[in-house]
Design a protein around this ligand. Structure first.
Ligand code: SAM
Length: 290
């Protein structure tokens, strides 16, 4: 089988198919031969596992996943890559390529059709323009996903893997921590891609929790509070939350006090559990988050 990390092979295949890269679709293909085997080894794929891949590109990671997993389903938006993948994935009968937008695809139907009876993990070199929406869609989906192992840009990796309650934390940190335990697996340089992107990257892993980190009646409303708290980074939490959610400042101050938090606290100082307490304290004071 052709080496899909070899630039000469890539150029030959792409020229033959008349393919040109789309920046808008985040098409930076992996050419460092060490990266895909490492991702596939660490994503938890084995012969009892189904893998959902997002954006197979030429199939460089798909191939490594197919060698380890029972089944791989790769969702690719760019139609022009379908004939290329037909060719590069010819040797594998456990790979299905689905032409769809990962943000629109009916994932429940896809899981029912392809992954019945299998443990499922996600593994992907994500198109960076949709990193957060894709991760949030997967995390919020209620689908039986055991782990998500993805390449993201380095700054996003830092944010996702920050500890809630520390300076680098943001809304995404708390939202990911609510559903999963995040860790950074390894860094990947710009030069590992063709064409090389502007930014460095890292592979991170989200291990799904059996239940969310805090018990709240609505994750949607809880996230609205979290996003509001982080929405104006230079403001204190009380100002950011009261102005964004149209709550009285006094109610938010009371709720902070009720949660044992200082008046001038900022969002990044709160752990996920403290956000949970604040949420309940606001509810107890009749402050409904719409
Ligand atoms: N997996 C390949 C690799 O590692 O070389 C390609 C990764 S490239 C960073 C991202 C891939 O995602 C491209 O193939 C691109 O066409 C595809 N893509 C972009 N937007 C997408 C979307 N909304 N849904 C599914 N695939 C998408």
């Amino acid at each position: 089988m052709a080496d899909l990390t070899d630039l000469a092979v890539i150029r030959e295949v792409l020229t033959r198919h008349g393919f040109s890269f789309s920046k808008a679709l985040g098409q930076n293909f992996l050419v460092n031969p060490a990266v895909c085997p490492e991702m596939a080894d660490r994503c938890g794929a084995d012969k009892e596992t189904g893998v959902l891949e997002i954006g197979p590109g030429l199939g460089v990671l798909t191939k490594e996943l197919a060698l380890r997993a029972k089944k791989v389903v790769s969702v690719e938006l760019d139609k022009r890559l379908l004939p290329v993948l037909d060719e590069t994935m010819q040797a594998f009968d456990n790979v299905t390529v689905v032409n769809a937008d990962i943000l629109e695809a009916d994932l429940s139907a896809l899981f029912a059709e392809h992954f019945a009876g299998l443990r499922v993990v996600v593994c992907a070199n994500l198109p960076y323009y949709i990193t957060s929406p894709v991760l949030l869609r997967l995390l919020e989906s209620d689908l039986p996903i055991a782990a998500i192992t993805v390449m993201v840009q380095k700054e996003v990796a830092q944010r996702l893997c920050a500890k809630p309650g520390t300076k680098t934390a943001g809304a995404l940190t708390v939202m990911a921590d609510y559903y999963a335990e995040a860790r950074r697996l390894f860094d990947v340089s710009k030069g590992s891609f063709y064409p090389a992107p502007q930014v460095d990257s890292a592979v991170i892993q989200l291990m799904m929790r059996p239940a969310p980190a805090v018990a709240v009646d609505s994750s949607e409303r809880f996230f609205r509070l979290v996003k509001a708290a982080f929405s104006q980074k230079r403001k204190t939490l009380v100002n950011a939350v009261s102005s964004t959610l149209h709550l009285s400042k006094q109610t938010v101050l009371d709720a902070l006090q009720g949660s044992g938090l200082p008046e001038a606290v900022r969002a990044e100082a709160l752990t996920t559990a403290q956000f949970g307490e604040l949420y309940h304290a606001l509810q107890a004071r009749g402050a409904l988050i719409a």
